[in-house]
Design a protein around this ligand. Structure first.
Ligand code: FAD
Ligand code: DHB
Length: 389
């Protein structure tokens, strides 16, 4: 098979990009290791910035989000006792949209057939070839038979563990990494949220986040030691911990219920630069990871795709030979700022192993400063809604 663009990975980055290219008449094929049911079932991010909302609008796939999503004009930080409200609407003029990554993925997947976006699921042994030439190819196995796709550009949207980034020679890029000594245990439950807006809490006992998927479905997180197992955390233990960490006001409104899903995600900050090598471009988690504090992971994948689609459209449709070369610098400028925000909010809201009373006092002083300074609140709000693309 020969196509202009071969996309590896059918997560949000790969599906968004495939649709954006199709809309401009650029043919692509998307290769995905998992089954459609597996991809659809993954519970991940929950808060969309304007950039992500805007991509769904641009594709005309925003109807369900407009009907079922919850626009939020503020969120809260908690220091164990009080709630500090960040009025993002008043401070930035913008809102965020609470609409799960599962729903975004479903909307993108359901539109593939009608829009003739070809996604090949359950493919194995995906391997990239000749990425330093302008005639790269990708081989994969399906049903025991090896196939080959010849293309002009390969876009690696295959997440942190995919083969794309690993195909770049080690001397052609640099890795920047920070691994955190805790993970987030998340639970999903069909109970009303304890608060109409999100709460990120820093309590003596650790971090907690109260989020939601709808007015009847809640998503909660607590930080746990990185080696804890899901089995260590029966539902009642999670609810008890949430009730303590979220503070008395929220705790009074927590409705307990059986968990529909429970999992632990490790926390990591990671950037691979540059995000392009020869004929290979990287988008989303394939190039960078943020800790989930601040809800940037999915939104950063969307902003990479915005820049990648722009570069590819200029390259293929407007005959701009240099368009692809500029992709990495444009994408990375925004990536680094989101990395900084996610890292600093993680630092502010979590207990670290070697933190003593001084570090704890610094966190409390910073939260108190945020509570009383419009300038500090504005800095947080403009990063939370997403910096301009
Ligand atoms: P992915 O969604 O990872 O998609 C990559 C795709 O590539 C997958 O479908 C994968 O199956 C496919 N793939 C991998 N290897 C191959 C291969 N060899 N061949 C073919 N296909 C391959 N962010 C938040 O903001 N908030 C959260 O609460 C949150 N929770 C998360 C929980 C988990 C468990 C994880 C892993 C991430 C979470 N994130 C969260 C981050 C957010 O979900 C990601 O940033 C987002 O999914 C990135 O999209 P992506 O398309 O780049 O990568
Ligand atoms: C959710 C996840 C996040 O990482 C975050 O910062 C906010 C909300 C969520 O899953 O709802």
């Amino acid at each position: 098979m020969r196509v202009p663009v071969c996309i590896i990975g059918a997560g949000p980055a790969g599906l968004f990009l495939g649709h954006l290219l199709s809309a401009e008449g650029i043919e692509s094929v998307v290769l995905e290791r998992q089954s459609p049911e597996y991809v659809r079932g993954r519970i991940r991010a929950g808060v969309l910035e304007n950039i992500t909302v805007g991509l769904l609008e641009r594709l005309g796939l925003d109807a369900r989000m407009k009907g079922e999503g919850l626009p939020h004009d503020g969120f809260n930080l908690a220091d164990g006792e009080r709630l500090i409200r960040i009025d993002i609407k008043e401070l930035t003029g913008q809102e965020v949209m609470v609409y799960g990554q599962t729903e975004v993925t479903r909307d993108l997947m359901e539109a593939c057939e009608e829009r003739a976006l070809q996604v090949l699921y359950e493919v194995g042994d995906v391997t990239l070839h000749d990425i330093e030439s302008d005639r790269p190819s990708v081989t994969y196995k399906k049903g025991g038979i090896e196939h080959r796709i010849d293309c002009r550009i390969i876009v690696g949207c295959d997440g942190f563990h995919g083969p794309s980034r690993k195909a770049i020679p080690s001397d052609a890029g640099k890795e920047y990494e920070r691994i955190y000594p805790f993970g987030w245990l998340g639970i999903l439950a069909d109970v009303p949220p304890c608060n109409h807006e999100l709460i990120y809490a820093n309590h003596e006992r650790g971090f907690a986040l109260a989020s939601m998927r709808s007015n009847t479905r809640s998503r909660y997180y607590v930080d746990v030691p990185v080696n804890d197992k899901v089995e260590d955390w029966i539902d009642e233990r999670v609810w008890d911990e949430l009730s303590l960490r979220l503070g008395p006001e929220a705790a009074a409104n927590i409705t307990r219920g059986p968990s529909l899903e429970k999992s632990i995600v490790p926390l990591r900050s990671y950037v691979f630069a540059p995000m392009r090598h020869g004929s290979l471009m990287l988008c989303g988690d394939a190039a960078h990871i943020v800790p989930p504090t601040g809800a940037k992971g999915l939104n950063l994948a969307a902003s990479d795709v915005h820049y990648a689609a722009d570069a590819l459209i200029r390259y293929f449709n407007q005959s701009e030979p240099d368009a692809i070369a500029g992709y990495s610098d444009r994408a990375l400028a925004r990536v680094w700022k989101a990395e900084r925000f996610s890292w600093s909010l993680t630092r502010l809201m979590h207990r670290f192993l070697d933190d003593g009373p001084f570090e704890r006092a610094m966190q409390m002083a910073e939260l108190d400063y945020i509570a009383t300074s419009r300038a500090a609140q504005t800095a947080i709000a403009e990063n939370y809604v997403g910096l301009p693309v």
